[in-house]
Write a new protein. Structure first.
Length: 118
């Protein structure tokens, strides 16, 4: 079986730490599932542990998630920018906000510490 990978990126610059989806971004996420005509073949969904990317994954891949595909957050996919909108929330906060919808096992504690070149 061929492996097909789709990458999505979106961001509006700003000074808010770990911003959520914008009023413009949310409807775009609801359009995304129509882009993946064979969504029944989706076996993995990965995203960075940033709030806007988690929410994008949850909205864009609802049908795959409904079939049992788990969203996996990977800190290696994060935005490396150290401006406020590039610094995510800690793992504990993300667990509380998203619960069992997202697997955070691959997110290291302190992943969002961008001080002194980390």
């Amino acid at each position: 079986m061929d492996v097909i990978a789709h990458f999505m990126r979106h961001e509006k610059p700003g000074l808010i730490r770990d911003p959520d989806l914008t009023a413009e971004g949310l409807p775009n996420c609801k359009i995304s599932p129509n882009t993946f005509s064979d969504s029944e073949h989706i076996t993995h969904v990965w995203c960075s542990p940033m709030t806007r990317t988690i929410r994008t994954a949850l909205f864009s891949f609802e049908s795959a998630i409904a079939r049992g595909v788990k969203v996996q957050a990977l800190d290696t996919l994060q935005n490396w920018d150290s401006s406020p909108n590039g610094i995510g929330m800690n793992k504990e906060y993300l667990h509380k906000r998203f619960g069992q919808q997202v697997d955070f096992d691959k997110v290291e504690d302190g992943w969002n510490d961008k001080s002194s070149g980390k």
